[in-house]
Design a protein around this ligand. Structure first.
Ligand SMILES: Cc1ncc(COP(=O)(O)O)c(C=O)c1O
Length: 384
């Protein structure tokens, strides 16, 4: 049976060419820890880690590789940033399209006296940046927002949000999980205080590696969530306060960084605009076709403008879980059904608690796969 992978919003597959070889090469031929050994292989791994920080900085237009911190994923990055910064009495603004990687830490911080307000987006997932102004209070310290919805692909107006934050002297943290690798994510243009990223989605790297970039002033206001060995300042029992050691306790995911390095080189040689163009062509064709199908409803924006390649469908009057099961079982099409760890987004879109079937394209998908998927949706509806 044909197999068509359409779950790139969860994790990209296949990975960029060279990623698997880079991970293998490190484990098989290099080994050695970073910043801990005085032998050649440890230096060579150390150089590779530093080069990867530089590649991340190039991608996101950021100047200081030492303020690029590696973590295991964006969830960990967001936890460090939110819990390390926010204190009793602070107020935060979020959009109603956030993933639980933002909402769960914020709800947990409520117990420590942190409060938050949600800007309710329109039913297509779009946000009016002016709505932020009404929510700003004297104790508003932070806006944290996803760049694009992981449910329906709507892109949020983060440049305008960044300008408002700058004018009101509020920090701005971006969740780039659904934009990095195919949208322009520019630390300076967006007026960010910190940018959280994950390596295994649009960046096309392996799972288990993520991180964040952080502004040199903001970093002074963020305390650590974990402390331990850093390979540096070993005479002291206190955590170093310099970067990136302040936030990188314990051995890094070095194989993951080797893989991410290869992925970032692939992105730079291919050009993220070219990746975006292919994804847009595939998504546009898919949307054009599904709009003609009776029995499915497109959730979110109905055109290609202002969206990514994440498309949610509701199999109206039927069980979406069954539709997703049939698509996989009968036609080999891999989608993700349910609430996508984003109950607030589904409430905004009017698809809570039923959820949707999410089709997320990557630039390795083909037009033939789009056509096959459309035909399979027609057949699936008949089988429901
Ligand atoms: C918008 C958004 N934020 C955060 C995450 C969490 O990513 P990770 O599991 O890599 O930490 C996801 C993953 O689906 C996401 O879509």
């Amino acid at each position: 049976m044909k197999r068509v992978y359409l779950d790139n919003a969860a994790t990209s597959y296949p990975k960029a060419p060279g990623v698997a070889q880079a991970v293998y090469n490190y484990i098989e031929n290099i080994g050695g820890n970073v910043g801990r050994g005085t032998y050649k292989n440890a230096y060579s791994a150390g150089q590779m880690v530093y080069e990867t920080r530089e590649l991340i900085c190039n991608l996101f237009n950021f100047d200081n590789p030492l303020n690029c911190v590696f973590t295991s994923n964006i969830t960990q990055s967001l936890n460090i940033l939110l819990k390390g910064f926010l204190k009793n009495g602070d107020h935060v603004i979020v959009s109603s399209m956030e993933h639980n990687a933002v909402m769960r830490p914020l709800n947990s911080l409520k117990k420590s006296g942190v409060e938050f307000d949600r800007i309710i987006c329109r039913q297509d997932g779009t946000l009016n940046p002016e709505d932020i102004k009404e929510k700003i209070k004297p104790n508003t310290k932070l806006v944290v927002m996803t760049h694009a919805s992981n449910v329906c692909g709507t892109i949020l107006p983060v440049e305008e949000v960044g300008k408002i934050c700058r004018r009101h002297n509020i920090h701005f943290i971006l969740d780039s999980a659904q934009s990095a690798g195919f949208l322009d994510v520019d630390f300076k243009k967006l007026n960010l205080s910190a940018l959280a990223f994950t390596g295994h989605k649009g960046l096309l790297g392996p799972q288990g590696i993520g991180g964040f970039l952080i502004d040199s002033d903001f970093v002074k206001e963020v305390s650590t969530l974990s402390e331990g060995g850093t390979g540096s300042l070993s005479e002291s029992e206190l955590q170093p306060d310099y970067m990136p050691d302040k936030f990188e306790s314990g051995t890094l995911n070095i194989p993951g960084i080797y893989g991410l390095n290869a992925a970032l080189k692939y992105l730079s040689s291919t050009g993220i605009q070219n990746i975006r163009k292919i994804e847009q062509e595939l998504t546009e064709e898919f949307i054009k076709e599904v709009l003609n199908i009776k029995g499915v409803k497109l959730i979110g924006l109905r055109g290609i403008e202002g969206r990514t390649s994440v498309v949610s469908l509701d199999f109206v009057g039927n069980d979406n879980a069954e539709a997703s099961y049939i698509l996989d079982n009968e036609f080999g099409i891999m989608t993700r059904v349910g609430l996508h760890c984003a109950p607030s987004a589904h409430k905004t879109l009017g698809t809570f608690p039923e959820g949707t079937v999410r089709f997320s394209f990557g630039h390795f998908n083909t037009m033939d796969e789009v056509k096959y998927t459309v035909e399979s949706i027609y057949k699936t509806i008949k089988m429901l």
